[in-house]
Each structure stands twice: as C-alpha cells, then as structure tokens.
Design a protein. Structure first.
Length: 72
C-alpha cells in the first residue's frame, strides 16, 4: 500500500539532492572565477576542482538514480 509513496519519495529526494549538488557546483565554479580574477590562484583552482566534482556528482546522481527510475 505504501510502496508507491516510498518510491516517489525516494525519487524526489534524489532529484532534490541532484539539484542541490549541481547548484553548489555552479556556485563554487563562479566563486572560483571571481577569486581567480582577484589574483588568488591557489584558492581559485581549489574552488574550480571542488565545483567540478559537485557538478559531476549532481549529474551522475540525476542520471543514475532519477532518470533510470523515472524511465523504468
């Protein structure tokens, strides 16, 4: 009786996590660009790498957990 609700809730939580990770990655990338423009290259590189990791994690979470369950 509750299995469809649990399944929908899980998909929604994965979708929310994917959106949050992607937004965090975009913010880190933007902050890295701003930091690079100010001259602090070490912090800019670190922010760029962390932003890329968050973006990749968000896209992979959306692809593996959300789209596969929605399309299945």
């Amino acid at each position: 009786m509750y299995e469809p609700l649990v399944e929908i809730g899980a998909v929604l939580l994965y979708a929310l996590g994917s959106v949050l990770l992607t937004a965090l990655g975009l913010l880190a990338e933007y902050d890295g660009l701003q930091t690079a423009a100010s001259g602090d290259s070490i912090t800019a590189i670190w922010l760029g790498v962390m932003g890329a990791v968050a973006l990749i994690a968000g896209v992979m979470l959306a692809r593996d957990k959300v789209l596969r369950r929605v399309l299945a």
